[in-house]
Ligand binder design. Structure first.
Ligand SMILES: C=C1C[C@]23C[C@H]1CC[C@H]2[C@]1(C)CCC[C@@](C)(C(=O)O)[C@H]1[C@@H]3C(=O)O
Ligand SMILES: O=C(O)CCC(=O)C(=O)O
Ligand SMILES: [Fe+2]
Length: 308
């Protein structure tokens, strides 16, 4: 069984952490600011939130339990999602916040601009770490993902005193490559490991790194995508931030050649992120069976980029 998820902590009690053990440029204060800023969006009046522009077939925008997409198994959460592209010239997240939420959201935009920049840098370090653990060229994955982007998701979970009837986020594997997840103080994240759901205890100074389907395929199945969910809390509001790292939309996802030679066989066909994203938005709600269903769909719908 490959790595499912792991937890990394920021530099110990340093106000700004330039280069910590992972070479990351994030700190507990940055995580705290990003957690606290979530309410600036979700405490808006409902009509304001529903007025946030949303394009059908894309995860970006505001949603309440995905009620605009699904008719059953609605989740007990509100989400706000936007894309992050690394761009040294323009603070694109700030521009996005001002355009979809208004000029008075410039400061919130800067909080998430800085947060996403730090998470993007961290993802590069994580890809090197994962490459080293796989025994492939240290820079392989960092180079593969460097012209990619990220889907940034803010999750807000209101208290729910009937946890038997609903979930915050249903059981699923993230379709993306790796997810950098920040839970603030209220627990709720559970991973399915050793045949049972296990709580991942929140730590305000820690990030949870979750392996997704795209990285599982890029590692020829050596790393396994991690089944996880979010349960609701009876008394307390819960917040989390998920930074889904994804390749450039039209880039072909396949393991490095030396890994294929070493393994001898390919577990998954070539695909693009654009195909997988489109599948999750148009054909199959992300759940515990997304990736096998996607692979079948690829083969049956003659969308295979190349035979296995
Ligand atoms: C490709 C994607 C689909 C989701 C957003 C991105 C990456 C994670 C996916 C998601 C968050 C996984 C849990 C279920 C989901 C429906 C959700 O709760 O929002 C997923 C997203 C989606 O389909 O919009
Ligand atoms: O809120 C959480 O802890 C998990 C959320 C999650 O898995 C997701 O947004 O993909
Ligand atoms: Fe997830």
């Amino acid at each position: 069984m490959g790595v499912l998820f792991f937890i990394i902590t920021s530099c110990k009690n340093k106000p700004t952490c330039q280069q910590g053990s992972f070479g990351q440029t994030w700190s507990t204060s940055l995580l705290k600011a990003a957690s606290e800023e979530i309410d600036s969006i979700f405490k808006l009046p409902l009509e304001r939130k529903l007025g946030i522009p949303r394009k059908t077939g894309l995860p970006q925008g505001y949603s309440g339990g995905h009620a605009e997409r699904f008719t059953k198994n609605l989740t007990w959460n509100e989400t706000f999602t936007f894309d992050y592209y690394e761009n040294d010239a323009e603070p694109l997240v700030v521009d996005h916040f001002k355009s979809v939420l208004g000029q008075d959201f410039e400061c919130s935009g800067w909080v998430y601009q800085k947060y996403c920049q730090a998470m993007w840098k961290l993802s590069g370090v994580l890809f090197e770490l994962l490459a080293v653990c796989l025994g492939v060229d240290r820079k392989h994955y960092k180079k593969f993902f460097e012209d990619g982007y990220s889907i940034m998701r803010l999750n807000f979970y209101p208290p729910c005193n009937n946890s038997a009837l609903t979930l915050g986020t249903s059981p699923h594997y993230d379709p993306s490559s790796i997810t950098i997840l920040l839970q603030e103080r209220v627990e709720g994240l559970e991973v399915f490991s050793n045949n049972k759901w296990q709580t991942v205890r929140p730590r305000p100074d820690a990030l949870v790194i979750i392996i997704g389907d795209t990285f599982m395929a890029s590692s020829n199945g050596i790393y396994k995508s991690c089944l996880h969910r979010a349960v609701v809390n009876g008394e307390r509001e819960r917040r989390s931030l998920a930074f889904f790292v994804t390749p450039k939309a039209d880039k072909v996802v396949r393991p490095p050649q030396d890994l294929i030679c070493r393994e001898g066989t390919r577990l998954y066909p070539d695909f693009t992120w654009s195909q997988l994203l489109g599948f999750t938005q148009k054909h199959h709600r992300v759940d515990a069976a997304t990736f096998p269903s996607f692979v079948n769909w690829l083969s049956s719908s003659k969308n295979l980029l190349s035979p296995l």
